[in-house]
Design a protein. Structure first.
Length: 307
């Protein structure tokens, strides 16, 4: 099935914050909003995965969270590494509720009263919270390789594999395009799926697309710290009343499979699917399976609504 090229960048607005978004096609299909992870731009969604979702009947829109990509970057807070921010108290730059309201602003900008959500990594955590804060705007929620929203403070430690984040925090590469590419390849290899070949060309393509827009991915630790420091004051996962799917790689280098199990157990009726050999970065070999699972969830949600 052929598909048009992605649309031009557009912007939604939540107060003073502008949010960059791209329409990847599928007009007339079921609306699907994708939520990317920690301070990563929307260009890190693999094109092949986006194609698979469009080909399964979704109208796909992706966006940059605040402090990522081409969206508004907030003024700096006291400098700390992202891991330090997770465990130390400091005045937050914004709340997790602000991040969920950004997603609602994107829905407004594209004219969607409601949509299915698919979030990966911190985007999966945020997808859970968008569904909790804006339940009327969410048809179904898929959380991939994410913490459970209910985990707080030191309780997060039970789900983390600290070795990889600590190694990544020590990575140092020179500024400029060559350094950006070397950093992205190093991060990609650290998070690649051990059961599948590492696709360096996919990383190079992503870095090239970012560079064309003046984005230097993975560089801004202050932005990462601000996103991690956004505190959640909303409800618990037990309050979710919509079809939910939890996906998790069994060899995820950042989050133990227990994070996915806990998320699924906390959401009434949620389904958990784990993937042997899959790390934190999703290899192309599992993109069709992910797209199939999200399609099945959307179909279930449509059936539940009709009933």
């Amino acid at each position: 099935m052929s598909r048009p090229a992605p649309g031009p960048v557009r912007f939604a607005r939540n107060g003073t914050v502008q949010l960059a978004l791209t329409d990847h096609g599928g007009t007339g299909g079921d609306p699907l909003l994708l939520v990317m992870g920690l301070a990563a731009s929307r260009f890190w969604w693999p094109q092949g995965l986006l194609d698979a979702l469009v080909n399964r009947g979704f109208h796909v829109v992706v966006y940059d969270q605040r402090d990522a990509g081409e969206s508004t970057h907030l003024p700096g807070a006291p400098r700390r590494t992202p891991l330090a921010t997770l465990f130390r108290r400091q005045p937050p730059a914004y709340s997790a509720e602000d991040l969920t309201d950004d997603a609602a602003a994107v829905l407004n900008a594209v004219g969607w009263a409601s949509a299915h959500l698919f979030g990966h990594s911190m985007g999966g955590l945020l997808a859970q919270r968008i569904a909790l804060r804006h339940p009327g705007r969410v048809r179904s929620v898929t959380s991939s390789s994410a913490l459970p929203s209910d985990a707080k403070g030191l309780g997060v430690l039970r789900y983390l594999r600290l070795g990889t984040p600590l190694r990544m925090a020590r990575m140092r590469f020179p500024e400029g395009r060559d350094g950006d590419l070397a950093l992205a390849l190093a991060v990609g290899r650290a998070l690649a799926s051990p059961g599948y070949p590492f696709d360096a060309d996919e990383v190079r393509d992503t870095v090239a697309r970012e560079a064309a827009r003046g984005i230097a991915g993975f560089r801004d630790q202050d932005a990462q710290s601000r996103q991690i420091g956004a505190k959640w004051h909303g409800g618990r996962l037990a309050g979710l009343r919509m079809p939910a799917l939890v996906l998790h790689g069994e060899d995820d280098q950042i989050l133990r499979t227990a994070a996915g199990r806990r998320t699924a157990a906390a959401i009434p009726g949620a389904r958990l699917v784990t993937f042997p050999g899959v790390g934190h970065f999703l290899p192309r070999e599992v993109w069709p399976r992910y797209a199939d699972e999200i399609r099945a969830l959307a179909d279930h949600a449509a059936g539940a609504t009709a009933a």
